[in-house]
Ligand binder design. Sequence first.
Ligand code: NI
Length: 190
Amino acid sequence: MILPVYIYGQPVLRKVAEPIDKDFPVLAELIQNMKDTMYDSDGIGIAAPQVGVSARIIYIDVDALSDKFPELKDKRLVLINPEIDIDEDSPTESREEGCLSVPGIHENVTRHTKLHINYFDENWQEHNEDIEGFLARVIQHEYDHLEGHVFTDHISAIRKQMIRNKLNNMVKGKVDCDYRIKPYKPARRR
Ligand code: NI
């Protein structure tokens, strides 16, 4: 089921999400809904807070980028309770990011290129992996959502100033995008 995407300004996007355990109700359904919502909005990653659920669950599908990054072929990941350890000695790279919860804004974000991740998949199998390159960026972006951060938190003061009006409008529900959304304040109809 396609769920509305919670938009910048929604308090759930600023909360530290809760770890989940095996008794978490309707986990499979939530993961399926996250997938449906992400594919409907042409995203490559989604975190549970973006559909209004403050839980440490992420879904990533970067296969669409495998033309550019061959190592991403068939890369689809469900990350439950992920813990990441960013390799602070790894090179940093600046690349443009966007976010389903921040529609219409794309900004360069500098991130480290290597990390270690520990997580559980949808079958509660534990994984420990070293990740590098573009996937490391996507994981950091999605992990930020579990910590109550969005990518615009990372941009320079001057860039923040440039997009301030757009962000303020978003909080007020003035958003233009072609998928279902749930802004903090629904825009008043005329
Ligand atoms: Ni995002």
